[in-house]
Design a protein around this ligand. Structure first.
Ligand code: 48H
Length: 258
């Protein structure tokens, strides 16, 4: 056993996967529940999908459950996504199910990876590539470089579609709107901002507002609330799972047509 072989095994495999991601069909920014579900279903349908996550651990806002109590709730409509990913849940009441947040996070991460989504952690998307009025890629950097404010220039990945799955921050749409004189597909052309908690309409709106917000740029999960002025919903996650699944169905069509 030689250390240099271990090192080569790591570098060669990482670079091979990175090269496959340089021209993806879909790049999803953010490995929270909506991004992981979208990525898993897209990969299962044969789409070359890359998920970029700035933190060490994918999973986004799942891990902490509700205020650190480790269960989250999902509604009946989203149970089939749990079943597809073989994530256990317990029936609760009023068509609700309780899910161990740790099982949900790890199950969605493994489910997406197992289906062939390429997930890179410690990668920040700091900007977009835009050509002729269409988003066609992402500008990426290393999380440690960004955290330390090192003057390290970014590199790029091309994609037919880019997804903002960055949660409450809607980091990608916000940056894109701030930096460019562009009009988004919203009532005033700008992100509308998230509203206070009101779970039921919030859950419906997350799915309804899973859409193309600018040519080539899509939103899913909690970033839809920030972009389209939706309510927040607290630790109920069905809307996130259904938003990811809706996005996957939309993007399969888009990738086939481009
Ligand atoms: C790379 C990035 C960048 C970047 C951010 O917040 P998330 O879990 O996202 P969703 O929308 O799938 O799920 C939302 C849910 O977790 C939640 O917060 C709910 C239901 N809240 C309700 C309420 O009322 O509070 O994950 C987003 C991920 C995170 O892991 C970020 O680290 C990552 O995106 N991310 N990755 N480049 N620029 N910005």
């Amino acid at each position: 056993m030689r250390e240099i072989d271990i090192t080569r095994g790591i570098i060669e495999n990482h670079v091979e996967e990175l090269m496959q991601s340089l021209k993806s069909d879909v790049v999803i920014v953010g490995a929270g529940p909506s991004g992981l579900v979208a990525g898993g279903f897209l990969a299962e349908m044969g789409i070359n999908v890359t998920i970029l996550e700035k933190k060490l651990a994918p999973g986004g806002g799942i891990w902490g459950g509700g205020m650190g109590y480790k269960y989250v709730i999902i509604q009946d409509e989203a149970k089939s996504v749990l079943d597809d990913y073989e994530i256990p849940s317990k029936p609760f009441e009023n068509n609700l199910h309780a899910v161990d947040a740790l099982a949900l996070a790890s199950g969605l991460i493994f489910g997406a990876a197992k289906r062939g989504a390429k997930i890179f952690n410690l990668v920040v998307v700091e900007d977009l590539l835009v050509r002729e009025g269409r988003v066609n890629g992402v500008v990426i950097n290393n999380t440690f470089a960004m955290m330390n404010h090192f003057p390290v220039d970014p590199i790029t990945m091309e994609a037919k579609a880019v997804v903002d799955a960055t949660g409450h921050d809607h980091d990608i749409v916000r940056t894109f709107s701030n930096k460019n004189d562009v009009s988004l597909n919203t009532p005033n052309g700008k992100p509308l901002g998230e509203r206070s908690m009101f779970a039921e309409p919030a859950e419906d709106a997350v799915v309804t507002n899973t859409t193309e917000v600018y040519p080539g740029l899509y939103v899913c999960g909690m970033s839809t609330a920030a972009v389209y002025g939706g309510y927040r919903m607290g630790p109920i996650f069905g809307g996130m799972l259904l938003s990811g699944r809706k996005l996957a169905d939309m993007l399969v069509e888009v990738c086939g047509n481009r």
